[in-house]
Write a protein that binds this ligand. Structure first.
Ligand code: TYM
Length: 381
């Protein structure tokens, strides 16, 4: 029987069964034992997204931890294909990457793929994707990365330094592999055929193990990387995969920039947030107050609850109470939505403040003619 859901780097459709996806993609579930180990190493509480299994799957995370314990270290890599305005779902991997950086004090490389966005979409010009890159980089810096350990680069600018490793990768991959992995056509433009080499290249920026925190939609790139890395003298990249923040409109698919009513953008003002949540946020409640009091709501499908659960309500006791009250009918949909609106608006206000500050910091984080490796020498001298 065909699956009722699809997950590819360009599309997430249907209600994703994450346990099935682990089998389909051949990844591993993050076990309680592994979480325990990370907790002991990092001290204090695990990040909310790890505690609640929003980051739920991995490859070789155990080996990354082993390398860290042995003093070999590791590095982090993640990325973003720039678009006009990021939504809150896009922040998930960045928030989590920052936490890992804080805890393990490791380097982070962030690739901004203005080339990918341009090549994949007929309607976008290169000028557009490059200006969105700058704009999205401000949102990424606002997450709070360590300026001494973070290197953000835009493909069309850093290409000269990536090219030697990218062509080594490209030589190992055939058109038929790329076509099968990404579902390309004979009519696909040749830029998009080569592009995977550029997304794989940063996994080889250091001779240490690379850990990639990202949504699980990006996994096909890493499967290719793992097929060829060792033959080029590098480690197979490790991953830690997240689930998708559901769109406002219901538990199916993922929040998408191209569909404004499914998303809250980082630039949405308080009134817009309130309007969108009230109007579009899919409710797990009953059609009338009487029925809701009697039968209660269903938090599993309620988008406001799910967003609070993903990360907007970090306090485990509070989220438990909200869940119980909603399930029992004591809390109404409108009340639940109000909690989310407040949390979201507080979060966005703080984000916008940090985004303003980021404008003065771009030169500290972003490629400015120096090689990534020179940055690290400076840090480690
Ligand atoms: P992009 O720009 O589509 O997505 C950026 C990151 O956000 C994740 N993501 C989500 N996570 C949770 N909930 C959602 N609703 C949601 N929507 C998107 C994505 O999984 C991704 O981690 N090709 C990449 C750019 C890239 C990259 C990388 C990503 C280049 N190198 C290395 C991750 C790691 C892209 O189109 O991302």
């Amino acid at each position: 029987m065909p699956d009722e859901f699809t997950v590819t780097p360009w599309e997430v459709k249907g209600k994703v069964d994450y346990d099935k996806l682990i089998i389909q993609f051949g990844t591993q579930k993050i076990t309680e034992e592994l979480k325990h180990k990370i907790k002991n190493l990092t001290g204090g509480e695990l990040h909310v997204m790890l505690r609640r299994n929003i980051f739920f799957s991995h490859r070789d995370l155990d080996l990354v931890i082993e390398d860290y314990e042995k003093g070999k270290g590791f590095f982090l890599y993640t990325g973003r294909a720039p678009s006009l305005g990021m939504h809150i779902g896009h922040l998930i991997p960045f928030i989590f990457t920052k936490w890992l950086q804080d805890k393990f004090k490791v380097n982070v490389y962030i690739e901004v793929t203005d080339d990918e966005k341009f090549l994949r979409n007929q309607e976008y010009t290169l000028d557009q994707t490059r200006s969105w890159a700058y704009d999205n980089i401000l949102d990424i810096i606002a997450v709070g990365f360590d300026p001494d350990r973070t290197f953000i680069f835009q493909d069309t600018e850093y290409i000269r330094n990536m090219y030697p490793i990218a062509i080594k990768i490209a030589k190992k991959l055939t058109f038929s592999e790329i076509r099968a992995t990404f579902g390309l056509e004979m009519s696909s433009n040749i830029g998009i055929i080569f592009y995977p080499a550029l997304q794989i290249a940063p996994t080889m920026f250091e001779k240490k193990r690379c850990l990639i925190p990202a949504g699980i939609d990006q996994d096909p790139y890493w499967r290719l990387q793992r097929d060829i890395a060792e033959s080029l003298g590098y480690y197979k990249a490790a991953q830690i995969h997240s689930k998708f923040l559901p769109p406002l409109t219901g538990p199916e698919g993922k929040m998408s920039s191209s569909n404004p009513e499914t998303a809250i953008y980082l630039s949405d003002d308080p009134k817009t947030v309130e309007k969108k949540i009230m109007k579009y946020a899919f409710s797990g409640g009953q059609p009338t107050i009487e029925l809701h009091r009697k039968y209660g709501g269903n938090p599993e499908i309620d988008v406001a609850f799910q967003w609070l659960y993903y990360f907007f309500e970090e306090d485990d006791n509070k989220i438990k109470k909200i869940e119980e009250d909603y399930r029992s009918g004591k809390m109404l949909t409108g009340e639940l939505k109000q909690i989310l609106i407040e949390k979201l608006n507080d979060f966005l206000e703080e984000h916008r403040r940090k985004r303003e500050e980021a404008k003065e910091l771009v030169h500290v984080f972003k490629y400015d003619g120096k090689l990534a490796s020179e940055m690290w020498q400076k840090v480690h001298e």
